[in-house]
Structures are given as structure tokens and as C-alpha cells.
Design a protein around this ligand. Sequence first.
Ligand SMILES: [Zn+2]
Length: 341
Amino acid sequence: MNTLLPVASVGSLPKPSWLAKPEVLWSPWELEGAALVDGKQDALRIAVQEQRNRGVDIISDGEQTRQHFVTTFIEHLEGVDFENRETVRIRDRYDASVPTVVGAVSRKQPVFVEDAKFLRQQTDQKIKWALPGPMTMIDTLSDRHYKSREKLAWEFATILNQEAKELEAAGVDIIQFDEPAFNVFFDDVQDWGVAALERAAEGLGAETVVHICYGYGIKANNDWKATLGAEWRQYEKTFPLIQQSSIDIVSLESQHSHVPMDLIELIRGKKVMLGAIDVASEVIETPDEVADTLRKALQFVDADKLIASTNCGMAPLPRDVAYGKLSALSAGAAILRAELS
Ligand SMILES: [Zn+2]
């Protein structure tokens, strides 16, 4: 692996059209039964191969085995009714059909550990696995049992910690918690959000990431972003808390977003996974654009702590665009690496 400026995608990548309908978020599976199990593994193999071919250093599963980054995890837990789904408003922005908590939640068996073992077999490179963060989980369900966001978040943190420890034992090097909700519920982040996240990551030897973004490039998110003004300063509220936390790496948006670059100073000391690829546009960045973004970040983060990444997942993009963006990301990181060495 490159010691300087390693390249990593945030997580999701487009699925092959024979596995799920392309360019649709949370699209239903095209296969079932044993064919679905095989199909997911084949898709995961392709995702790994594409990442390696395109110069990605830290390999992820591209979320090929899950339909949704939050609900797929929740649906595997006890105490959750995922057949009688309810429609709730996600992050105060858009409606989605979600599972309902109807009793005490627990994890009777591992959720992603077999998939992670399979990923581990595919490569000797570092691997990263993404889990939803506790706050984003409670924002993506309906709760008829605990009736307290904080209480349920702590339950989920305990469950996530069990899963994370088994992922680590399966050979995962980096465990990422996706917390887009941290960009919305600032009081909760302060009161219990960061503490619940630390609980989820407690006792791990693997490096830990928190990914905080402005979401996929879907209409509801783009409409919301249009209301945020000329400067997006949401990170300003959460970064000082995260800087004080036990989390090792912060994954954030930069490319074409209105986040002032100097906010990175607020997490000085942490590794930074900088989004140098815009996932809300089908235009593939040039390597020079990527290098420019990374170069600007170096005013606020030490070079040995910078990881070149994407703003968010790329599941809804056309496959050639998503993989073209990964190539651009690697080429851009290579330009800057050459300058630095
Ligand atoms: Zn994201």
C-alpha cells in the first residue's frame, strides 16, 4: 500500500445490472435463493477487482451484498419488524419505508461477518467495512418500543460493537461508521451522539472512521443542500467533539461542496479521509482537479494523515462513471504524491 495518500472509496459502488436494477438507490434484488447468494459474491469479486485495477489502496466491498446501508443491518436484529414497514421522514428531508422496533433489540447472529470473511479472501490489501452509526440507525426506523432516541442509540451502539469486534476478528483493518445524521441533529450529537459512537467503537484494535456527509446525489439531498447557503458550516459544530473522541479517522465532503476547507483544522490530529470526488455529478473529475482539492487540504492536515476519498457512496451512479471517478481519484492522488516525495 502507498504509505502516502492512500486511496479509498467511502463505500457503496454500483451493482451489476443482473444483481439489482442499476442507477436506483435501494433497488430490489434481481435474483433469489442460492442464485442471489452466488450473485452477491460474484458482484463483490468484481467490485474488488475494479478497485484494484483502478489503484484503490484500501479495498471495500462496495456494499454489493446489501440493499440499504442502514436497514439491511437493522433487519437482521431481533426486536425489529421489517415486514410491517412504516414510512418516516429521514433526516428531516425525505420519506422512506423503514422497519419498526417492536421489542428489545439484540443481535442473535452476526450480520456481515461472513461477507467480510469473503472480502478478506479476495485481497491482501487493507480492507475497510462500513456499518451504520447509532444515530443514523435510529433516524432510519420507526420505534414503538423504547420511545427514546438516546436509549435506542445506546442499545444499537452495544450491538454495533459486537458486530465490529467480529468484523475485526474476520480480518477487517478499518471499520467505518456512517453518521450522516451528525450533519443534522447537532444537539443530539453533543448530548449523546459522539458518546454512543465511541461505545460502538470501544475496544477495537482496527482503525475506526466516522463518515459524515451531505448524502447521495439524490433530489431530496440536492434540494436540501440548496438551502444551506454559500458556506456549509455544519462540520464546525461536530468536529470539535470528534477531535476529542477516540475515533481515528474522519471522512468528509469537499469536492464541489461548499464546506470551507479550513474546518479541517478543527480535527487536527485525526486522519482525514477527504472527499475529492463529487458523487452528485456524473461528470468525472480530472486528475488535476482531484490533486488541487487534496493540495488545498494539506494546509490543514499533515500529509501522512490524508486519505484520498469520495464525498459519499457511488451506488446510484452509472458503473462506468463511478469506476472512472475511482481512476481519477487514484491519478489525482498520484500527482500529489509525486510532488511531495
Ligand atoms: Zn455519505
